[in-house]
Design a protein around this ligand. Structure first.
Ligand code: SF4
Length: 217
């Protein structure tokens, strides 16, 4: 069983039926890889977090395989090494939910909880999963900073924070009506790092800023 941090009322049932395209892929992968998680992926991290990190969706051989967000793929290598560097995590990340990694003051949510084909969810699927995402964020009252990874996560987080018009860009910041701050980053996917769109330094700069804002209280 994955070492996750389910948030009551914000986690989908294992056989959530709401997105037929994703349900079909889930069924196919359960037949092909019966040892994989192949189900909606719960939150992972500190339930008293001040920082929420919002990803897009489980990666096929990452969270969809292991059951823990960002665990087991390239994106997780960069994300967790960054969280460890900024003291937002402790323990050892080994790409497996049985490792000793624990998040400190941070929690990871996904915009949608099931693997979409080609990592590209359709608008209706994002809408279907939005209540889970919004319930999760609302259940984390200590969160003051939200880091969105990629444009889809940025849009979902902005909507849930009451930010009607915010432009997505790497390093953009927006203050919500309740004072929470949305920071956005290019997604730490292999595609972005391999093409040089996102460097490690660029990614780390977002978390450096998040920590600085967090320390301001
Ligand atoms: S993406 Fe969300 S709403 Fe859609 S099937 Fe998975 S858990 Fe259900």
């Amino acid at each position: 069983m994955a070492s996750t941090s389910p948030i009551p009322k914000a986690e989908a049932p294992r056989d959530c039926p709401l997105c037929p395209r994703l349900v079909a892929l889930r069924g196919q992968l359960r037949r092909e890889y019966p040892g994989w998680w192949n189900a909606p992926v719960p939150a992972f991290g500190d339930r008293d977090a001040w920082l929420a990190i919002v990803g897009l969706a489980p990666g096929k051989r990452g969270a969809n395989r292991t059951g823990r967000p960002f665990t087991g793929d390239h994106a997780g290598d960069l994300l967790f090494s960054t969280l460890l560097k900024f003291d937002l995590a402790e323990g050892e990340y080994r790409g497996d939910p049985s490792d000793s990694l624990r998040l400190k003051g941070a929690i990871i949510l996904n915009t949608i909880k099931c693997l979409p084909p080609g990592n590209k969810p359709e608008p209706g699927e994002i809408a279907n999963c939005r209540p889970y995402f919004e319930t999760a964020l609302a259940a984390l009252p200590k969160v003051r900073i939200v880091v969105a990874l990629g444009q889809i996560a940025h849009v979902a987080a902005a909507k849930s924070m009451g930010l009607a018009r915010t432009m997505f860009g790497h390093g953009t910041e927006a203050v919500a009506p309740d004072g929470r701050i949305l920071l956005s980053s290019y997604h730490c996917s292999r595609q972005n790092t391999n093409t040089g769109r996102l460097t490690h330094a660029m990614f780390e700069s977002v978390f450096e800023r998040a920590v600085a804002l967090g320390e301001l209280g």
